[in-house]
Write a protein that binds this ligand. Structure first.
Ligand SMILES: [Zn+2]
Length: 144
């Protein structure tokens, strides 16, 4: 994970990335890896998603498949969701809500999330991802 992230001209697709990293997208601030549930269900036996948005795989490892509810309770959050982790390109990942508590994945116009699931918004003038309950990060915008 780069200490000084740089934006890439060509995003890294999740398909390529998942074969290189065994599905890991990055890490939450508590050190638990983020994965995409759809990928994990193809390669591993996945047990029920717990109340933290985590799963235990058949290798007895623990992963988040969405924003980590047990780190940050976002139910009362009316503003931009807090930082929940960093993806492998070193860029920060926040919970599902954008400025004023609007669900980031529903944004339109200049702040609409790009194909990777990230953007810059009116407060955070740097590229960042938004992770919702299903962690649908489609690509990584930064250099690896
Ligand atoms: Zn944002």
């Amino acid at each position: 994970m780069p200490l000084y992230p740089k934006i890439s001209l060509h995003p890294f697709s999740y398909g390529w990335l998942s074969s290189e990293t065994r599905g890991i997208l990055g890490f939450a601030i508590d050190g638990v890896p983020f994965v995409r549930l759809d990928y994990f269900q193809q390669v591993r036996t996945v047990f029920a998603i717990d109340s933290c948005n985590g799963i235990v795989s058949d290798s007895q490892s623990y992963f988040y498949v969405g924003y980590p509810r047990c780190i940050q309770d976002l139910s009362s959050n009316s503003g931009h969701s807090p930082l929940v982790g960093f993806l492998l390109d070193g860029l920060p990942a926040y919970g599902p809500n954008d400025v004023d508590g609007v669900v980031a994945s529903s944004l339109q116009g200049p702040y609409k999330l790009d194909e990777c699931g990230g953007h810059m918004d009116s407060i955070h003038r740097f590229y960042h991802y938004h992770i919702d309950s299903t962690s649908q990060i489609n690509c990584l915008r930064g250099c690896l």
